[in-house]
Write a protein that binds this ligand. Structure first.
Ligand code: GLY
Length: 418
């Protein structure tokens, strides 16, 4: 059972379906793409009791959780209590993502390199701290805020406004009871996402995502408009350094503190002129990074998931191809603001073998036609022997899929080849 319904979960189900060990896949709630390779269950990822009942009644013997909210609600603890082997961290361990204050403390206590900053539960003290810093500074709501809880404040005035919205007006509810305030560091961002069984840490190929809606990183933030792997500016020795200075110390510290961490640990890193810094941790696979990482994995994903659950990761040799992969998100007009849905998606029946298409906001009509049903609709992905080939392939083939108002970035992975 795969829990979730976005492009990440379609990519997970697609990779899992390639395993000879799999008889049947359920995805809850899934999307049109997953319905072609699995059975979708009409259950929301937050309905952990309902998901548990479904998993028991269907005889599920391996569950994988995509989004952060069910992890923070304790879906892994609940499934464990039902004896369903489940891939992901417990509620306590998922705090590495669900509490920015917890993550900052963990990093500071364990010497994990991160931007200078502090955590606050007092609004006046947070305001006071802002006045002692040089903007720009980064303010983060402590709890989960659907990706909207981070503000880069370019002046004391903007910082005050953000603090007031988060801590006083409670724009994100109790997620804003505390905040972290960090210096704003500049450089290149990279996602280093690793499997871990609580002891061994096996990083996946690194990837970069594009958060802004427009080319050249213009416009508002989104859930992710594209991704590529591997970034040339983050060679194997950087990945090794980040594993040794960020991922391993975090996993070891959690084990020492009695909250063993199992599943996927995602380090959001900044490569500055001088150093490698950890900006944040996520307790899950990235979206849209997963859509470009899993096509490069040669090893059976199910073997990896089971090794993590059973604590045998050290014995597993994970293999990656040396190819490159580029993913471009096709979104509805107006996204990330207001957008309309219900437009037919043309060309899905004739996708050539040069393109993988992972669904997110799609719906299958009674007439058998696939319609748009969300802001981010599809991720189109191509593999190539190098980044130039992968990029040329995705942009050459992507126009064969069309829906009214479709928008996508034209500059995904461009910096890698220009
Ligand atoms: N790509 C950012 C995330 O998954 O959080």
């Amino acid at each position: 059972m795969v829990v979730g319904g976005g492009g990440r979960e379609h990519a997970l189900a697609w990779k899992i379906a390639q395993s000879p060990r799999i008889e049947k896949i359920y995805v809850a709630p899934g999307n049109t793409g997953t319905s072609l390779i699995a059975e979708n269950l009409n259950l929301q990822p937050t309905d952990i009791e309902g998901l548990g009942r479904a998993a028991v009644s269907k005889g599920v013997d391996l569950a994988v959780v995509g989004p952060e909210v069910p992890l923070a609600l304790g879906i892994v603890d609940h499934f464990d209590s039902l004896a369903i082997p489940t891939f992901g961290p417990t509620k306590a361990a998922a705090r590495i993502e669900s509490s920015k204050v917890f993550a900052r403390d963990l990093m500071e206590r364990n010497g994990i390199p991160c931007p200078k900053g502090a955590a606050f539960s007092s609004y006046p003290e947070a305001r006071e701290y802002v006045r002692r810093q040089q903007p720009p500074i980064v303010i983060k709501a402590d709890g989960l805020a659907a990706g909207k809880g981070t503000v880069i404040a370019n002046s004391v005035r903007e910082a005050d406004k953000a603090l007031s919205e988060i801590m006083q007006a409670k724009a994100f509810g109790s997620a804003g009871d505390k905040v972290t305030i960090d210096e704003c560091v500049t450089g290149r961002e990279v996602s280093l996402i690793a499997f871990t069984d609580g002891q061994t840490v096996s990083p996946m190929v690194p990837a970069c995502d594009y958060k802004r809606i427009g080319d050249g990183d213009q416009g508002p933030n989104t859930g992710g408009m594209g991704s590529y792997s591997p970034p040339g500016f983050f060679p194997a020795e950087f990945a090794e350094e980040a594993t040794n200075t960020v991922l391993l110390p975090a996993v070891r510290a959690m084990a020492r503190e009695g909250i063993p961490y199992k599943g996927v640990l995602y380090a959001g890193l900044m490569v500055t002129d001088r150093e490698l810094l950890a900006l944040e941790f996520n307790a899950r696979f990235g979206d849209p990074e997963t859509q470009v990482i899993l096509p490069l994995l040669s090893t059976d994903l199910v073997e990896i998931l089971l090794a993590v659950i059973q604590g045998n990761l050290e014995r597993l040799r994970m293999e990656w191809t040396t190819n490159a992969c580029v993913g471009v998100v096709m979104a509805s007009a107006g996204y990330p603001g207001k957008y309309e849905t219900g437009y037919p998606i043309k060309g899905l029946d004739n996708v050539g073998e040069d393109l993988l298409v992972f669904h997110a906001g799609t719906r299958l009509g009674d007439d058998g036609q696939v319609y748009t049903d969300g802001g981010r609709v599809l991720t189109a992905v191509s593999i190539g022997k190098d980044m130039a080939e992968a990029r040329a392939r995705v942009y050459r083939n992507l126009p064969s899929i069309h829906f009214e108002g479709c928008q996508y970035r034209k500059d995904i992975a461009l910096r890698e080849i220009s």
